[in-house]
Design a protein around this ligand. Structure first.
Ligand SMILES: [Zn+2]
Length: 124
C-alpha cells in the first residue's frame, strides 16, 4: 500500500483518529512524522507520545490498566505516563471511559490536558 500523502513510499504507519467517525491514515515513516508534528490536537499529541515518545507541553499522556471498579470511580495502575510514576495507582472518575472498556484488566491509552486530568482524578 502506498502512502496517502506522497503516493511514492510504502505506507508503514497506520494511524486511527476519531473525529466525526474513525479516520484511518496510511503514511510512510517520513509523512507520518510530518503529519504528527502538524497539530496540537490532543489525539495527535497522544500519538506522538505513543509512537515516538515525544511529550507535548500542556498534555498528560498515560497508558494504564484498570485494577478495580468502585461505583463510579476506578482504580488504575500506571503502565507508562508522561506525568505519573510507573506502577503507581490512581483513582479516576469514570468520565469518558466507554462502556465496552469499563472492565477490570482493560488497558486504556489516553491523552488530555492538565486541567482535564485534574477534573478526572477523584479526590482521595
Ligand atoms: Zn509518504
Amino acid at each position: 500500500m502506498l502512502c496517502d500523502e506522497c503516493r511514492q513510499a510504502d505506507a508503514s504507519a497506520h494511524l486511527s483518529l476519531f473525529r466525526d467517525g474513525w479516520e484511518v491514515h496510511h503514511f510512510c515513516e517520513r509523512c507520518a512524522r510530518e503529519f504528527l508534528a502538524s497539530s496540537n490536537d490532543p489525539q495527535i499529541a497522544g500519538l506522538r507520545w505513543q509512537l515516538y515518545g515525544m511529550q507535548t507541553e500542556g498534555f498528560v499522556n498515560m497508558r494504564v490498566r484498570i485494577l478495580r471498579i468502585e461505583g463510579e470511580t476506578f482504580i488504575v495502575r500506571v503502565i507508562k505516563s508522561s506525568h505519573f510514576a510507573t506502577d503507581s495507582e490512581l483513582t479516576f472518575r469514570r468520565g469518558l471511559v466507554a462502556d465496552e472498556a469499563w472492565h477490570v484488566g482493560v488497558e486504556l491509552n489516553f491523552t488530555c490536558t492538565l486541567d482535564e486530568m485534574k477534573a478526572l482524578i477523584a479526590s482521595a
